[in-house]
Design a protein around this ligand. Sequence first.
Ligand SMILES: Cc1cc2nc3c(=O)[nH]c(=O)nc-3n(C[C@H](O)[C@H](O)[C@H](O)COP(=O)(O)O)c2cc1C
Length: 186
Amino acid sequence: MLKVAIILGSTRPGRNGEAVARWVHGLATKRGDAEFELVDLQDFHLPLLDEPNPATQHQYTKPHTQRWSEKIASFDAYVFVTPEYNHGTSGALKNAIDYLYTEWNNKAAGFVSYGSAGGARAVEQLRLVLAELQIATVRAQVMLSLRADFENFKVFKPDPHHEKSVTTLLNQVIAWGGALKTLRQA
Ligand SMILES: Cc1cc2nc3c(=O)[nH]c(=O)nc-3n(C[C@H](O)[C@H](O)[C@H](O)COP(=O)(O)O)c2cc1C
């Protein structure tokens, strides 16, 4: 069965991202067509990139890189749950992405974002970054409004219509994830 990571891309104390990622994971696990795992960046304790060799060489020198590499390599597709910081994604998520290369190649990804403009600008930037890693990003996107989907910008209360968007997003991620798996196996 296809393995999909739901990557929680914020590490800030009091982050809103945790409730969002848990919500996505809860909806995803109701489906029977893929395995879903919540991957919390906070659990990997990645310092600012401290590998001497470019990730393309795959010559890792640090145990934290090896652990992150093994985790990311184990998935066929990803759903990035990203905040928007200054119109980009979080530094923590960009740093975690930069640690690896081949582990990401020829896989599919989708986005769940949140912010005052639904995190749209962060995702547009992320799409460019992930293109360099040969990740195919699907069109569907779940965009949550800090104003409408969080009480007092803090307590996550998503409008029910977003559940349909999560379904569409996962449908596309699973379809492309499956197609690209055959490419990697060839
Ligand atoms: C450093 C920083 C920059 C931010 N910049 C933006 C921004 O450009 N656009 C936006 O919509 N929200 C911005 N925000 C508000 C975040 O969207 C909001 O705090 C959100 O909850 C952050 O995700 P997190 O709680 O999971 O860390 C910013 C927040 C921080 C901490």
